[in-house]
Design a protein around this ligand. Structure first.
Ligand SMILES: Cc1cc2nc3c(=O)[nH]c(=O)nc-3n(C[C@H](O)[C@H](O)[C@H](O)COP(=O)(O)OP(=O)(O)OC[C@H]3O[C@@H](n4cnc5c(N)ncnc54)[C@H](O)[C@@H]3O)c2cc1C
Length: 585
């Protein structure tokens, strides 16, 4: 094994954290290589919604502030976090967004209410996303090699939707048919791309964010070396000086003069680590991040050289359903249930037939409620989404499009009574899914009462702006609660799925990985899900994972550049004061 290559910075992992670290580092005059284990680059980030939570972004100047942001976050924190790291996030996130924007990455405000609308200083302007990206602006090799977005964000796994199109079509709001026809036209009239691949050249959501960032990265000559996974960290004289990588079985070393940034995602695809860290059992295949990519390799590599860890007890939860693939025998398709469970004419119950959550709450809160209910009753994970024929006609259910597009007769025979259950009476449905009949009957009767009054006295479903995003404006008085009374009745099991993991290597406010004594390990940085979340076990708003991932990638590159003499350090307080009045988006 010979040391053949040397860069200033080696970035491990090509998701948002790694990409922003690499882009910032090369922009500050450092030489950079990104190594990526998978054969596709972009990570979970490219498959995602691409939303970043950037508080105090000053879109509406003067309205949000650092103080208001902390009032909101502090009222929600569930346990100890590193205060200076949290402050670094709040101060640096707008600077990171400003940096991307200065390079032409078109960030715009996303209309997502913060996830805890009843908390003090909750707002609906802290989430930011990226305008669409023309994938052909990457060369053809990179166009097809970037990870594609999650199937749910495409129609028929083909036509990429931006967030507006996604909501218009999934809620069938006025004009949705024109929206759909426009997408079809755009796709099929693009003859050049159709001859190359079935992939839509229009990258949206996470694809748009990562497409824009990677265009900047490739323009600056940075290589993303795929199928090259970190195996171990090289330490010399107490400092991390490089990485040992594995390319299809070939091991070699790459030196990093100034720093190694670990941005290799979480450990959601590592069953052993899940079993070790998580409070309730769950399976790797319940994750909705790209299969088998994030196995905690870089977390383990860090731990092997004495790095500390934090917040490893939780995932970024999102309930998932596992639909057998119709065109690939023996495989399942992951379906995030978050956009199904808050719709009217449905209810979620544990295996005792009892509700345990406001179903329309944020997906992470839903997951936390599943964990708590499982610990309390032992009858959750999986739980059930129960709905009636009205729901089935109007909404996507467990990945099956509404009956207008996918009537029951089109559902493959092997899905019935295995993935989706159906019966003409609630009693028969309860018997099929082994839930106590009386309890289910009572739960549904309660929901039908709440549908009339519009008030859910148990969990407050539909009682705030976030919940209402998933409602149906035609259902009154509460758009999130409709009667469950039209036969047949259906049920689909819901697992404790995730978008990734919240915990990882313990990193400080400068993204330096620290040891058990909180002493930085020289030359080693971590960002994104490879590091512990600055919020601990809290998902404050849409973009609460990619926001910190990109921010601490940016922070890591800045710190490396300061140490390499490429950047003068601004006092954080001065920098925050100077910049706070500039709008980001
Ligand atoms: C469908 C979906 C929608 C989502 N929407 C949002 C959203 O809108 N906003 C939000 O904030 N979050 C969202 N999330 C969560 C978010 O995508 C992730 O938490 C975030 O992208 C993690 O970024 P990252 O850079 O840490 O890791 P990733 O983007 O997962 O990148 C890690 C990369 O490291 C690579 N890697 C792993 N091991 C190695 C190794 N040994 N050597 C080299 N490379 C390695 C992986 O292959 C991967 O490419 C969503 C997730 C999903 C699945």
């Amino acid at each position: 094994m010979n040391a053949t290559e040397t860069y200033d910075v080696v970035v491990v992992g090509s998701g948002a954290a790694g990409a922003v670290a690499a882009l910032r580092a090369v922009d500050l005059g450092l030489s950079v290589l990104i190594v990526e284990k998978a054969h596709k680059f972009g990570g979970t980030s490219a498959t995602s919604g691409g939303v970043m939570w950037i508080p105090n972004n000053q879109l509406t100047p003067g309205e949000d502030s650092r103080e208001k942001t902390f009032t909101y976050i502090d009222s929600l924190l569930r346990g100890p976090v590193q205060r200076d790291r949290l402050e670094a996030y709040v101060d640096e996130a707008p600077n990171m967004a400003r940096f991307l924007k200065s390079l032409g990455v078109p960030l715009v405000q996303a209309a997502w209410p913060d996830y805890f609308q009843n908390a003090p200083e909750a707002r609906a302007d802290r989430s930011v996303l990226c305008d669409t990206f023309d994938g052909r602006l990457l060369d053809d090799k990179h166009f097809v090699a970037m990870r594609e977005q999650y199937n749910r964000f495409k129609i028929f796994r083909r036509y990429a939707m931006d967030i507006g199109e996604f909501f218009a079509i999934s809620t069938r709001s006025p004009g949705w048919i024109q929206v759909f026809l426009k997408m079809l036209w755009r796709y099929w009239s693009d003859v050049g791309t159709r001859m190359l691949t079935s992939r839509d050249r229009r990258f949206t959501q996470g694809g748009a964010l990562m497409g824009h960032i990677y265009q900047c990265i490739f323009d600056r000559g940075v290589e993303v070396r795929t199928e090259t996974g970190l195996q171990e960290l090289i330490v010399s004289g107490g400092r991390v000086t490089g990485v040992k990588v594995n390319n299809l079985g070939r091991l070699y070393q790459i030196n990093a003069n100034q720093g190694v940034v670990l941005a290799a995602g979480g450990f959601e695809w590592n069953q052993e680590l899940r079993d070790r860290f998580f409070p309730v059992p769950g399976l790797t295949r319940h994750s909705s991040s790209p299969e088998d990519a994030n196995r905690g390799d870089a977390l383990i590599a860090g731990m092997n050289i004495g790095a500390a860890t934090e917040h490893t007890e939780a995932g970024w939860w999102i309930p998932t359903m596992h639909k057998p693939m119709t065109d690939a025998s023996n495989f399942e398709e992951i379906h995030q249930a978050a956009f199904d469970v808050g719709r009217p004419h449905s209810v979620c119950v544990n295996r005792n037939g009892k509700r345990f959550v406001d179903e329309a709450c944020s997906y992470d809160e839903f997951g936390i409620a599943m964990v708590e209910d499982q610990r309390k009753t032992g009858a959750n994970t999986p739980c059930w989404l129960v709905f009636d024929a009205t729901f089935r006609t109007k909404f996507t259910a467990g990945g099956f499009l509404p009956t207008m597009i996918m009537p029951d007769w089109r559902i493959p025979a092997d899905c019935w009574d295995h993935y989706i259950f159906k019966a003409n009476t609630l009693d028969a449905l309860a018997a099929k899914i082994h839930v106590p009949v009386d309890a289910l009957r009572k739960t549904v009767a309660n929901m039908n009462d709440y549908a009339k009054s519009g008030v859910d006295p148990e969990f407050g479903r539909g009682g705030n702006a976030y919940d209402l995003m998933f409602g149906d404006a035609n259902v009154k008085p509460n758009p999130c609660i409709g009667p469950i009374d039209k036969t047949p009745y259906y049920a689909v099991p819901i697992n404790l799925g995730d978008l990734g993991t919240k915990g990882g290597l313990k990193a400080n406010a400068k993204a330096q990985v620290v040891d058990a004594n909180d002493k930085p390990i020289p030359g080693l940085y971590a960002a994104g899900n490879n590091a512990g979340s600055p919020f601990g076990n809290l998902y404050p708003g849409a973009g609460g994972t990619i926001g910190p991932a990109a921010t601490f990638g940016f922070v890591a590159a800045n710190d490396i550049a300061v140490r390499a003499g490429k950047l003068t350090q601004e006092k954080p307080s001065t920098a925050a004061a100077n910049k706070s009045k500039e709008a980001v988006v």
